[in-house]
Ligand binder design. Structure first.
Ligand code: NAG
Ligand code: NAG
Ligand code: NAG
Ligand code: NAG
Ligand code: NAG
Length: 538
C-alpha cells in the first residue's frame, strides 16, 4: 500500500456508514472501562459499558438509525459487533476483525447502524482479544413500528435477560491459554444478568417483578462461550413469540433449550398465587452440571419461592431427541408480519431453486503443535489489515486472502494437521445458497452468519446426502441467524446472499472462533465491484 492508500484505508477505518435521513436517530455515548464484577460471586476484572455489566440495552424501533460513539478506555484495542443486525450494504460497521480496525486504547469510534426492516431480539459483544469472556455485551431489542400490528397483545413490560456460562479466570488468562495452544476447558458456572443464584439466597434482587394478572415479554439470549442452556420458570408456562427477528407460531413450553449465541422472546403471564418463583437456567449436553437461579417476584406478593425447582429435560441421547423435537416445533407464523406490513409467509423460500450447495464440516486439529479449530480442513487467522479493506483496494495480498483456500466440500479425510490463512469465500450476489453444517465431533455446535438471516430447514442425526432434502421444512422454517448442530448430526440452512459486503460466518463457541473456526463470505454487488457497497455512504 502506498502512503496515500494507507491514508484512505485509515479514513475508512474511522468513518463509513449507510444512513437514510428520513428515519429517526438514536444517539449513544458509551465509555468502555475495566471494573470489578463477580458474576459467580468471585471478584474479577470485567469490561463495563458506562459502568454496567451487562452493558446498556439498546431499545429501538425498526428502521431507526443507531449512532453509538464508543470510547475505548481499556489498555487494549476493542471492537463491538452487532450480531443479527443486518446493516444492509454496510459491512464496514459490522465490528468483526475482517471488516474493521479495532478502536485503539484511549480513542473513540462512532458506529452508524440502521435496523432496517428488522424487529426482534439480538445482542452486541466484543470481537477483540477474547473480551467477550469479560463482558462488554448487552441486548438489542428492535420494536415494531406503531403502524405495524404485532401478533399478540402488547405486554405490560419487557425484561432483557442475558445468560450463559461463565469462567472465573478473566479474559487475559483465558486468552493466554488459547494463545499458547490449549483449550480453556469447561466453565465455572452460569450467570443470569451478571449474577448467579442458589436456591435459598434470600437477599437476592429479583430478576423481574410482575403485577398479578399481567403478561410480560422476556427477551432471552445465551451470551455464553460454550454451553447450551435450558431455562424454565417455576410454576409458569412460556409462550414463544419471536426467534432472532421472526414471529413464531405461539406454542407453549415448560422449558426451552437456548444454544450459545441464540436469542428468543417469550410471554409469561403472572397467573399464579402472588409470591416469589424461581427462574432456572441449567447446562445442557455437557460433562458438567451447572445450574443458576434468579427470583421472579409478584408485586405485593407474599412468601419465598418453593425450593423445589422444575426438573430439567432429559440429558444425553434422549435429551438430544427432545431438543431436536423442540427445534422442529419452532415454526414461522406465515400470517403475521414482521418489520414490514406484508405477512412473513408471502416470501416462498421453498420455491426458490438452490444455486449453490456448501458443505461445512467443523473439526479440531493442531498447527505447529498448538490447538486449532477449523472448517473443511482450514483454520482462519485474522490478518492485521482487515480483509474488507484489502479487497476494497483490490489488494487481497495485503490481507493474505486466498479465495481458494476453503472448498465447498470437506476433504474426504479430515486431517488433524491444519492449514491456516485468511479464509474468504466468494459469493455471487443474490445466489440462493444451501449450507450444510456437518458435525462429526462429540460436542454440540452453534453457527452464526452476519449480514443475513437464513431459514433453518432441517437438523438430523447422521450424515447428510442429497436425498435428505425431501425432509426439509420448505414451508414454515424460522428465518433466523443461528443454528445448532448436535453431535454426529447435520443442519441445513437456506439463504439468499443478497447483502453486499464481507460477512463473517462463525462458530458461536468462542474458543473455536478464536482459534480459527470461522470464515468470511465476500458478497459483491452487481458489476462485481467492491466499491458499490461503499457508494451508499455519505
Ligand atoms: C422500549 O421502547 C418501546 C417503544 O418505544 C417502549 O414502549 C418501551 O417502554 C421501551 N422499553 C424500555 C424497557 O425502555
Ligand atoms: C470521538 O468523539 C468526539 C466527541 O464526541 C466526536 O466529535 C468524534 O467525532 C468522535 N470520533 C470518532 C472517530 O468517532
Ligand atoms: C399468527 O399471527 C396472527 C396474526 O397475524 C395471529 O392472529 C395468530 O394467532 C398467530 N398464530 C399462531 C398460531 O401463533
Ligand atoms: C427451477 O428448477 C426447475 C428444475 O430444474 C426448472 O424447471 C425451473 O424452471 C427452475 N425455476 C427457476 C425460477 O429458475
Ligand atoms: C473471487 O473474487 C475475487 C475478487 O473479485 C477474484 O479476484 C477471484 O478470482 C475470485 N476467486 C474465485 C475462486 O472465484
Amino acid at each position: 500500500m502506498d502512503s496515500s492508500m494507507m491514508f484512505v484505508a485509515f479514513l475508512l477505518c474511522l468513518s463509513a456508514g449507510t444512513i437514510l435521513a428520513e428515519d429517526p436517530y438514536l444517539f449513544f455515548d458509551w465509555k468502555v472501562t475495566y471494573g470489578t464484577i463477580s458474576p459467580l460471586g468471585v471478584p474479577q476484572q470485567g469490561i463495563l459499558i458506562n459502568g454496567q455489566f451487562p452493558g446498556p440495552t439498546i431499545n429501538c424501533t425498526s428502521n431507526n438509525n443507531i449512532i453509538v460513539n464508543v470510547f475505548n478506555q481499556l489498555d487494549e484495542p476493542f471492537l463491538l459487533t452487532w450480531a443479527g443486525i443486518q446493516q444492509r450494504k454496510n459491512s464496514w460497521m459490522d465490528g468483526t476483525l475482517g471488516t474493521m480496525c479495532p478502536i485503539l486504547p484511549g480513542r473513540n469510534f462512532t458506529y452508524k447502524l440502521q435496523v432496517k426492516d428488522q424487529i426482534g431480539t439480538y445482542f452486541y459483544f466484543p470481537t477483540t482479544a477474547f473480551h467477550r469472556a469479560a463482558g462488554g455485551l448487552g441486548m438489542i431489542q428492535v420494536q415494531s413500528r406503531d403502524l405495524i400490528p404485532i401478533p399478540y397483545d402488547r405486554p405490560a413490560d419487557e425484561f432483557a435477560v442475558l445468560l450463559g456460562d461463565w469462567y472465573n479466570k478473566g479474559h487475559k488468562t483465558l486468552k493466554k491459554t488459547l494463545d499458547s495452544g490449549h483449550t480453556i476447558g469447561l466453565p465455572d458456572g452460569i450467570q443470569i444478568n451478571g449474577k448467579s443464584g442458589k436456591v435459598g439466597d434470600s437477599a437476592a434482587e429479583p430478576l423481574a417483578t410482575m403485577e398479578p394478572g399481567k403478561t410480560y415479554k422476556y427477551r432471552i439470549c445465551n451470551v455464553g462461550l460454550r454451553i447450551s442452556v435450558n431455562f424454565r420458570f417455576q410454576g409458569h408456562i412460556m409462550k414463544l413469540v419471536e426467534i432472532e427477528g421472526s414471529h413464531t407460531v405461539q406454542n407453549a413450553y415448560d422449558s426451552l433449550d437456548l444454544h450459545v449465541g441464540q436469542c428468543l422472546a417469550v410471554l409469561v403471564t403472572a397467573d399464579q398465587s402472588p409470591k416469589d418463583y424461581y427462574f432456572v437456567a441449567s447446562s445442557r449436553f455437557s460433562k458438567i452440571q451447572l445450574t443458576s437461579v434468579a427470583i421472579i417476584r409478584y408485586a405485593n406478593g407474599k412468601g419465598p419461592a418453593s425450593p423445589e425447582l422444575p426438573p430439567p429435560p432429559p440429558q444425553h441421547v434422549a435429551g438430544i431427541a427432545w431438543s431436536v423435537n423442540q427445534f422442529r416445533s419452532f415454526r414461522w407464523n406465515l400470517t403475521s408480519n414482521a418489520a414490514r406490513p406484508n405477512p412473513q409467509g408471502t416470501y416462498h423460500y421453498g420455491k426458490i431453486n438452490i444455486t449453490r450447495t456448501i458443505k461445512l464440516a467443523n473439526f479440531r486439529g493442531a498447527h505447529d503443535g498448538k490447538l486449532r479449530f477449523g472448517i473443511n480442513g482450514v483454520s482462519h487467522q485474522n490478518p492485521s489489515t482487515p480483509l474488507k479493506i484489502a479487497e476494497y483496494f483490490g489488494k487481497p495480498d495485503l490481507a493474505f486472502i486466498n479465495y481458494d483456500l476453503l472448498k465447498d466440500e470437506p476433504p474426504k479425510e479430515i486431517s488433524t494437521s491444519v492449514v491456516t490463512g485468511s479464509v474468504v469465500v466468494n459469493a455471487t450476489f443474490r445466489n440462493f445458497v444451501e449450507i450444510i453444517f456437518e458435525n462429526q465431533e462429540k460436542t454440540i455446535q452453534t453457527w452464526h452468519l452476519d449480514g443475513h438471516s437464513f431459514f433453518a430447514v432441517a437438523i438430523e442425526h447422521g450424515k447428510w446426502s442429497p436425498e435428505k432434502r425431501k425432509n426439509y421444512n420448505l414451508l414454515d422454517a424460522v428465518s433466523r441467524n443461528t443454528v445448532q448442530v448436535y453431535p454426529n448430526s447435520w443442519a441445513a440452512i437456506l439463504t439468499t446472499l443478497d447483502n453486499a459486503g464481507m460477512w463473517n460466518l462463525r462458530s458461536e463457541m468462542a474458543e473455536r472462533a478464536y482459534l480459527g473456526q470461522q470464515l468470511y463470505f465476500s458478497v459483491l454487488s452487481p458489476g462485481r465491484s467492491t466499491r458499490d457497497e461503499y457508494k451508499h455512504s455519505p
